[in-house]
Design a protein around this ligand. Structure first.
Ligand SMILES: [Cu+2]
Length: 143
């Protein structure tokens, strides 16, 4: 009985540790971007710990991290991937779980009804995969 208690306490501790292990990420954004702020808040509500960096030359950031051809307002770095724009957490988690050999994913432009851009409408937001090199963008998911 005592042994069983110990085992279940250990299991509960493990589950709790996983539930509270926040995903660390860095978000580059323009200091005047309001929707970028909202997106950072959305990420934080959904288990991310965000280091937000204000950057005046966002074009340079997109060139540096390879998202210029699918550009949006902010650029996020997470676990070796780049997430460009208002991408829902579901798509980010899918990428982090599947670990595809791509630069990252993007919601190009400033799509309405994406996180930080008004209420989401499931099934209306196309997320693109940015391949390495010059290969064309492909559809990563529809959120
Ligand atoms: Cu935006």
């Amino acid at each position: 009985m005592l042994r069983l208690l110990k085992v279940s306490a250990w299991a509960i501790a493990l589950v709790a540790a996983q539930a509270f292990a926040a995903t660390m990420a860095t978000v580059y954004k323009s200091p005047t971007c309001g929707c970028c702020e909202k997106y950072v808040e959305y990420l934080e509500k959904n288990g991310f710990t965000i280091k937000a960096i204000n950057e005046d030359d966002m074009d340079a950031i997109k060139k540096r991290y390879g998202t210029a051809r699918a550009a949006s307002c902010h650029t996020m770095l997470v676990d070796g991937y780049v997430v460009e724009g208002h991408v829902p957490v579901r798509a980010i988690r899918k990428m982090l779980n599947e670990k595809p050999a791509i630069v990252g994913i993007s919601a190009p432009g400033m799509p309405q009804h994406s996180p930080g851009m008004g209420e989401e409408r499931p099934g209306t937001l196309t997320i693109y995969a940015i391949p390495k090199g010059n290969a064309k963008l492909t559809v990563f998911s529809v959120e």
